[in-house]
Structure formats: C-alpha cells, structure tokens
Design a protein around this ligand. Structure first.
Ligand code: ADQ
Length: 473
C-alpha cells in the first residue's frame, strides 16, 4: 500500500553548482508530516506534482534525489500550464475563493486548460495506482481530480483537502455553470473533502445542495454507493521544530544582532508572501494611524515588514507591490526623521534561522489578512516563543483565529481599532503575555501538523469504508 500525494508544487528543489546538479527534498511542513505518517504506517509515499524544471534535467539527475519517497513529476506544455496555473488557478479560483470577485479574469480557454491539466494528472496517477493505495489530493489546482481518479478506479480511497477558503454560495455562483458543476462534482469524487474550518465546510455543502440539488445528511453526500464525508481539518505546523529553534547558536546570534540594532525600540513584525489577500496595505494604514493617534510611540517602535516575492508574473501582484512601496515611502517620509525609520521593509525571502530570530525578537506580530484559509505565520510566531513573550495580533478573517483564542483579534478593514490594538499589545504586561502564549502553545503542541496528517488520512480510510458498507439514503 502507498500514499499518493498530489500537489501543484513538488517538495523538492534543484540546484546546480560547479556544473553538478543535485535534487534535494524541501522540508516544508506538509512534506515532513506526510513523510512521517508514511514511515509510521509503513506505507510508501509517492508525490505527484507539476514540474517547474525541464524533463531532461529530471531524467539526468533524478538519481541524486534522496530515496525517502518517490517523485512523479508531470511535465505540462508551457501554454497549457500558463492557462491552467496562472490564469484559471491563480487569477480565477484564488481571487474568487478569497472574495475578490472583481479580480477574477475568467476565460473559457483557461477553464479548458484547467480541465485538461487535471486530466493529465489523473492519467499519471492511473499509471502508478495500485489497489489499496490512498490518494491525497491537495488544493485548488486539482478540484476536478478526485472524480477523474474515481472514474479510473471506482474503489479508490481518495481524500481531498483545500488549503484556501471555500467561498459562500453568492460568491461561488459567479463562476459559469460548467465550471461550478465541474468543481463540485470533482470534489465529490473523494471519500473525504476537508477544509480548514467548519464555515468553509458549510459553504461547500450549501453550494452542493443548491447547485447540484444533492441533499446532505450530517455532512455526508451520497451518490449511488459512493459517499463523500465533509469535515473541518485545521492544518498546523511542526510545533517542536519552531519551539526548539529558540536556542540554536545561529538563531541566538541573529536575535542578538536584531535586538542590538533596535535596543531602545519595540519591534512589530510581519512576514507574508506578496499577496492581496494578506492585507499588507491595511496593516500599513493601521500602523500609520497608530503613530498619529499615539505620538508618544514615535521613535520608540519599528515595524519590520518582510515580504517574500510571489506570483510576480500576475498583474494584480505587481500592482499591489507598487502600492505597498508607495505606502512604506509615504509613512517613512511623513513620520520618520534622520534618526528613525518607522517601517523597515524587505522584499526577499528569509531563511529559517533568520525567520525564528525575527519571530523571537518581535514584541508584536501583526498579521492582518483580509481573507486566509489558515495562516501558518500566526502559528509559527506563537510556537517559536519559548520565552513566552510577545503578543499576536491576528485578523479574524484568518482560519487560525478560530483556534488561537488568546490572540488579540482585529478586523483588518477597521484601521482605527487596529491602531488601538497595536497600542494595547505594546503595553501588555509580561504576565499577560506569558498567560496567553502558554495557552496557545499548549493548544499548538497538541494539534501539530503530524496529528493533522494522521487524522486526515485515518478519516479518509474510515470514510472509504462507508462506500463498501453502503446504506443507501
Ligand atoms: P500561504 O498563503 O502561503 O499558504 P501561510 O499559511 O501563511 O500562507 O504560509 C506561508 C509560509 O511561508 C509560512 O510557513 C511562512 O513561514 C513562510 N513565509 C512567508 N513569508 C516568508 C518570507 N518572507 N520568507 C520566508 N518564509 C516566508 C496557503 C493558504 C494558507 C494556509 C496554507 C497551508 O493561503 O491560508 O495556511 O496554505 O494550508
């Protein structure tokens, strides 16, 4: 038996140095968790995803990849991939599912490419599938895939997990009918359809009921002898990895450096991919309002704003970057002086040690997405605070706000109140910080990404049993 995991990106990176190419496994939370589950359950793991490298690079160098799991790259035609990934996945589904209907750039050709790409990936799974395997499909790139795999293998165990929000009916209905049906029927091909929150699960079931006219019974849909269970599975992080990093030599050195640079100031920190869903401009407006309203904090606080480049080829992302940079410049110009830069902005990825050093020197993490499936940055910040210090300000629009109850929650559109919450967080006593951190850490330690993967896969198996012991509705 093996687990076939499918995600758009493969958990590997290819580097060439001194003419020698090596392929290494990337240590993202998802890959680590599934790998750990596969080791414990003695199942093999095969990862299927879309290659962002040339086929001959792979063929020549694939033996350098560590043999911890198998990788099956799918090589897509460039134009097809552009329509599938850049347009339909990222400019239609991502925008719509995050409640940005005016950003949607739908066209039929892109939808057809999405359908074709899902069919190509289904074909790849068909080539490697053996009876008894579990197929775990991830995210909005493959909404049609579960149904296609089931057509090849009616008895397959299939789990589908969506990493972004599932929108409510009024938003979802904006898609053309053929796309709506394709998506809903596609997901229903799975035995288990998982979302980060119950709100998302409810949105999905409402769409199925209203659009496909299929009734549900306690989050269960039945079509002949096939059943789909719908549920909430909030993703998490490798808690110990973040918690234990606090005392690593390099982290300590980097933290000392940051604290040395800002020794007379409190640090507000945020880190995100460049994305309009992350509310980066809302955050800047709130910080500006905070400085206007609480001028006693001028020169006593610094906002370290780290943004990692993402999807630069898509127009809306470039536009957003320009607005962020205008806002940073404006705030620094209006509020700062030759001794003090209020917003220190970095448009580059940071490595793990630096990320932990930043998390653990920040008095406040200001996380303000306008819509987010979960938001792992919030969980990472809390987990890395072995010192039990720091305050999390978190948008109530992030899935993580449902779990991290001791965060100070904000509505990212309420600039005035967010400014007030920044002041509240900066003034919070150490006892109160400790009390809140401890409670959130206890929760995250118990609900880590390993538990999440185990729970999801065992529920997929359990849901699959309902197909074999089917009781018709
Ligand atoms: P993302 O939208 O990518 O994920 P998030 O959950 O916050 O958002 O994860 C981002 C990850 O990238 C974190 O692990 C963070 O440490 C890292 N990161 C961000 N900025 C970085 C930077 N500048 N340098 C280095 N690392 C950086 C999607 C959904 C989320 C959902 C996840 C998982 O949009 O809602 O939580 O999938 O399901």
């Amino acid at each position: 038996m093996k687990i076939i995991t499918v995600s758009y990106r493969l958990p590997l990176s290819i580097k060439t140095q001194n003419r020698k190419t090596t392929i290494t496994q990337s240590a993202g939370g998802l890959a680590t968790a599934i790998l750990s589950y596969s080791e414990k359950s003695e199942a093999d793991l095969t990862w299927v995803g879309v290659a962002d490298f040339e086929e001959n690079t792979w063929e020549k160098n694939k033996d350098s990849f560590p043999k911890t799991f198998d990788v099956e790259p799918v090589f897509l035609d460039k134009k097809l991939n552009k329509n599938f990934y850049n347009i339909f996945s990222n400019s239609v589904l991502w925008a719509l599912f995050h409640y940005f209907p005016s950003f949607v750039e739908y066209n039929d050709e892109a939808f057809e490419a999405y359908v074709a790409a899902n069919a190509i990936v289904a074909q790849k799974i068909n080539e490697i599938y053996e009876p008894g395997d579990i197929v775990w499909i991830h995210d909005y790139h493959f909404l049609g895939l579960a149904k296609l795999v089931r057509e090849y293998h009616p008895d397959a165990k299939i789990g589908f997990f969506l990493h972004i929000p599932f929108p409510n009916f009024e938003i979802f209905r904006i898609l053309p009918n053929k796309a709506k049906r394709y998506i809903l029927e596609g997901i229903l091909g799975a035995n288990l359809a998982g979302f980060h929150t119950w709100d998302n699960a409810i949105h999905f079931t409402e769409c199925v009921e209203k659009i496909l006219g299929l009734p549900q019974r306690s989050f269960l849909f039945s079509q002949d002898s096939h059943h789909t269970k719908v549920g909430s599975f909030p993703i998490s992080i490798d808690f110990d990895k973040f918690y234990d990093a606090y005392n690593r030599d390099n982290v300590v050195a980097l933290r000392d450096e940051i604290n040395g640079l800002y020794q007379d100031k409190k640090i507000i920190f945020s880190v995100d991919r460049l994305d309009y869903t992350k509310g980066i401009n809302n955050r800047l407006y709130a910080f500006e309002r905070f400085l206007e309203k609480y001028p006693e904090w001028k020169e006593k606080v610094v906002f370290l704003l780290v943004i990692v480049p993402s999807r630069e080829e898509i127009g809306k992302y470039g536009e957003r970057k320009k607005i962020i940079e205008l806002n940073v410049g404006r705030i620094n110009g209006a509020m700062g002086n030759y001794k003090w830069t209020p917003v220190v902005y970095q448009y580059q990825a940071v490595d793990f040690d630096r990320l932990i050093a930043l998390y653990t020197s920040a008095h406040v993490a200001l996380i303000s997405p306008v819509r987010d499936g979960m938001n792992l940055v919030a969980k990472e910040y809390v987990a890395s605070r072995q010192d039990k210090r720091g305050v999390l300000i978190l948008s109530s629009m992030a899935g993580a706000a449902k779990e991290l109850q001791e965060a100070i929650t904000i509505n990212p559109f309420d600039t005035e109140l967010t400014g007030d919450k920044i002041a509240l967080a900066l003034n919070m006593s150490e006892e109160e910080q400790e009390r809140r951190m401890e409670r959130m850490q206890k929760y995250l330690k118990k609900h880590d990404v390993f538990k999440w993967a185990t729970h999801f896969l065992s529920e997929t198996e359990a849901a699959h049993k309902q197909d074999t012991n089917a009781v018709p509705l």
